[in-house]
Design a protein. Structure first.
Length: 198
């Protein structure tokens, strides 16, 4: 089985650069989603999934139009819940971690990283179960950067660590493969199909 984990296109953000809980795609995000759909359309994808959040669903719709497939939602594949972040005063929502702007969701009554990783692991296992039941061997999942990181660390048997690999660009994807020995390790992002990277 091969699964293409794709990050949604650029989403609408608040003044601090965070995506509100159910933000949609920007014009750039729509273009990235279209380019992503075109890139994935030649890979023999038999089944596709999406998180329940709007930005992932809108990205998946671009692929639905070119492939004729219908993306199945799996709510557990949604991004980490940042809690009350949006009730905080603008300018106080970000903290810098290694030169990247991050926020600890537990500081805002959001989801801690470990429960997030367990939730995403449950969603990923459901994706695999559905694909196996349908006999599908090539799958696409339209999700979020944090979700992809959680899946990769889950498969590697490691605790979620956002700093372990580079930030996944919007509209990029990576492929993981299941063999008789388990899942292959992360090898990098594919983003050469994008004319605008964010």
């Amino acid at each position: 089985m091969r699964i293409y984990l794709a990050r949604h296109g650029q989403a609408e953000t608040d003044p601090d650069g965070f995506c509100p809980a159910d933000s949609g795609l920007t014009e750039t995000g729509d273009r990235q989603a279209s380019e992503l759909a075109s890139a994935l359309s030649s890979l023999g994808i038999e089944m596709c999934f999406t998180s329940s959040l709007r930005r992932a669903r809108e990205t998946a719709q671009h692929f639905e139009r070119v492939s004729g497939l219908k993306a199945q939602p799996i709510p557990e594949l949604r991004e980490i819940d940042f809690g009350l972040r949006f009730s905080m005063a603008p300018g106080t929502r970000q903290v810098s971690v290694g030169g990247r702007h991050e926020i600890d969701p537990s500081d805002t009554e959001g989801e801690d990283p470990m429960p997030f990783q367990r939730r995403v692991g449950t969603g990923f296992n459901e994706l695999v179960r559905r694909a196996d039941a349908a006999g599908a061997t090539t799958i696409a999942a339209f999700v979020h950067g944090g979700t992809v990181a959680a899946v990769l660390d889950h498969l590697a048997g490691k605790a979620l660590d956002y700093q372990r690999r580079s930030r996944m660009p919007n509209g990029a994807y990576t492929a993981i493969h299941r063999t008789s020995d388990g899942w292959t390790d992360f090898t990098g992002w594919e983003s050469s199909h994008l004319t605008t990277s964010t």
